[in-house]
Write a protein that binds this ligand. Structure first.
Ligand code: NAD
Length: 260
């Protein structure tokens, strides 16, 4: 499609990222999808999205824990597309344990993937956006960018960092035609939270559904998980002209979790 915009969505082979990628593609946006998939599976996913939405889709297997792989991903994308117009930093991982028992390697991995990759990706994306005086950056943070929970020291630190870094990107580019916003979901039904449900189920001998209900209701007044596609709908609004004055914000989709 001529004059179509190009979006790079990190961690878009699953869950929220895939739903965001599909929403963007449904509007005629070309895509770079990324995630920890085998090349063959990644290319097959890119091909199926391309056929479904009639847009160009590249799969890039960059491991976001490595800054040089992020840089290479942007260089590869620039060879096919003129540059990235819409950057969605979505990839994320989780591990839960009290601070004194938290594995150091797991702490470092969460900071690298959930926080540092956001910095390296924005650094790589901004020059093209500044040059064309248009760009959209959407960082998928979490309610844990706004409030804390026990056993999530690395995740909470990373997500608070993402919310802060989003504000800096917004301030630095306030008059460049570029907006930077964070989305802060509460519980969303994706593979990321399966382990937490399994842990409750086995510790308390509950069914999966009972454990899921307990996980949600412990924090979130609306006892239902958000649909990943609805996060995608908010992304569509943020990339629209109507949102050109909205920048530096952190938008919860959290069933009133942070209203308490
Ligand atoms: P998910 O596990 O379904 O998907 C994560 C994606 O990130 C996958 O595509 C995976 O391949 C990719 N990824 C992981 N490590 C990577 C790495 N090193 N390099 C490249 N890609 C990597 O998770 P999700 O629930 O869709 O989470 C997406 C984002 O939403 C995360 O940032 C997460 O913190 C955030 N979030 C999720 C929830 C929730 O309840 N699911 C709530 C709030 C925020």
């Amino acid at each position: 499609m001529k004059n179509a915009k190009t979006a790079l969505v990190t961690g878009s082979t699953s869950g929220i990222g895939l739903a965001i990628a599909e929403k963007l593609a449904s509007q005629g946006t070309n895509l770079v999808i990324n995630g920890l998939l085998e090349q063959a599976q990644g290319h097959a996913l890119a091909q199926s999205l391309s056929e479904k939405y009639q847009v160009e889709v590249l799969f890039d297997p960059a491991n976001l824990a490595h800054p040089e792989q992020i840089e290479s991903m942007f260089k590869r994308a620039a060879k096919t597309f003129s540059g990235i117009d819409i950057l969605v930093n979505n990839a994320g991982i989780q591990h839960t344990a009290p601070i004194e028992q938290f594995d150091n390697a797991k702490y470092q991995a969460i900071i690298a993937v959930n926080l540092s990759s956001v910095f390296y990706a924005m650094k790589a994306a901004l020059p093209h956006m500044q040059q064309q005086s248009w760009g959209r950056i959407i960082n998928i943070a979490s309610v844990h960018g706004l409030v804390a929970s026990i056993n999530k020291s690395a995740y909470v630190a990373a997500k608070h960092g993402v919310v802060g870094m989003t504000k800096v990107a917004a301030l630095e580019n306030a008059n460049n035609g570029i907006t930077a916003n964070a989305i802060c979901p509460g519980w969303v039904e994706t593979p990321l939270i399966q382990q937490q449900i399994d842990d409750i189920a086995s510790a308390q001998k509950l069914s999966f559904e009972q454990a899921k209900g307990q996980l949600i209701s412990a924090k979130q007044p609306r006892v239902e998980m958000a649909n990943p596609a609805h996060i995608g709908d908010l992304v569509l609004f943020l990339v629209s002209d109507a949102a050109q004055g909205m920048t530096g914000t952190s938008l919860p989709i959290d069933g009133a979790w942070t209203a308490q």
